[in-house]
Unconditional design. Sequence first.
Length: 445
Amino acid sequence: MFRRVLIANRGEIALRILRSLRTLGIEAVMIHGREDRLSTPVRLADEAIHIARDDPLASYLDIEAIVAAAKEVGADAVHPGYGFLAENPVFAERLEQEGITFIGPSSKVLRLLGDKITAREAMSRAGLPIAQGSPGPISDPKEATDIAKQIGFPVIIKAAAGGGGIGMQVVQKQEEFESALKLCQGRALSAFGDDRVFLEKFIEGAQHIEFQVLGDGTRAVHFGERFCSIQRRHQKILEEGPWLTEEVREDIGNRVVAGAEAVGYKGLATFEFLRDSSGEFYFLEVNPRVQVEHTVTEMITGFDLVSLGIRIASGENLPLLQSDISISGHAIQARLNAENPRTLEPSPGRLWECHWPSGPGVRVDSHAHTGYDMPPSFDSLLAKLIVWGRDRDEAVRRLDAALSETLILGVDTLIPLHRAILSEEDFRNRDVTITYLEEHAELLE
C-alpha cells in the first residue's frame, strides 16, 4: 500500500479522497493555489504545497509543477480526482516516467478513451451498442452533409476530443448543418486544440444512464447504474439509482465489463449511455476517473469506491466478484451548485452562514463552511447532498426534507430548483428525459 499520496485537486472531491486515504492509513498531501490556502482539505492534509500562479486554474493544471511537488514530498502516488488533469494522458505519462503511480488507468488507455472516435470503435468491437454515425472524423462540409443525410436528421455533431458538452451541437435540419459544423469545429479547436468532429444520429426522447465499473487491468466488475437525465448545459444536477430492471442491468452490465476488460482498464470508470424511448441503449463515452455522482452508487451498494480505486492502483487484484455486489434501496444526489436557481448563472461569494442537514440516510460531501469564500474561478459545485431510502418515494421525501433543513446564506444555490423538481409530477412518475428542464421551464420561474 502507498505511504503518501498527493491529491492534485481541490474542493469537495479533494476532501473525499483525503477521507479514503485516512481510512487506508495513507498520508495525504494537498497542492493548492492562493484561493484555496485556507480551504478545508488543505487544512486537514498532512502537508500542503502552494503552487503560486496568477491564474487560479493554473495551480491545478501545471503538469511539471505538480510532478515536482509530488517528488518534493516523496509521494508514492498522485490522485487526480475529476476535472483538471484527471483524464490527461501526458500527466499520467510524466508520473509514470518519474516512477510515481497515477491513480487511474494507464496513459495508453487514457489516450484511447479520450478520443471519442477510437473509444467508440473499441467499445463497438467489445459488443457495446453504438448509435449510427460517421465512420471517423470529418472536416469537409460537403462530405459531412452527405453523411448527415445518410444518417438522417436530426444529427448531433461532437468534438472528438471533447467533454462537458463543449463542441457539441444538435442539428435538426439540413440547411442548418454547415454553419453548425463550422461552429463546432471552432469551439473544439479553441477548447481542446483539436478541431476534429464526428457525427451521430441524435437520439430523441433519450434518457442518460451510466454504469459504474472497477477494473484491475485484467478483470472488471460493475456496481449497477445511475440515472442522470436532469441536466443543464449538458451537465448533470441531479442523479439517482437504481433505475433499470434486474434483467436489463445484467445485460448492459455484462457488456460494460467486457468493454473494460477489452482495453485492460485499471481503476474506476463510468460507461455512459443514452436510452431511447423504445428502451434501446447507445454508448456515449467512458469517463476514466471517479465521477461526481459516485456517491449514489456508494449509498446503494455499501462500497467505498474511492478506496477501492486506490487499492487497485497500489497493485491489489480486484477484491470482488460480481456476485459480491448487490443493490439495496434507492439513492438520490442533488448538486448544490452556487448558482442562481432561475438563470443558472454562477453566484460566487462568502457564506455568511452554513448549516448542513443530517439524520438517517443523509450524507453531505462538501468542503464549504460558514465563512468560506466561494471563488468565481472554479466550478460552481458547493456541496453534494445525497440521501438513501428503502425505495424511491422515501428517498424523494428524505431529500426534500434535507433540502428544507439546509441553510446557506451569502450565495444563491440550486436548492429552490431541486425542491421544485422533487414535487413535479413527471419527475415523481419517472417520466424524465435529457430535455427535462427545457420541457419544464416553469420550474425556473
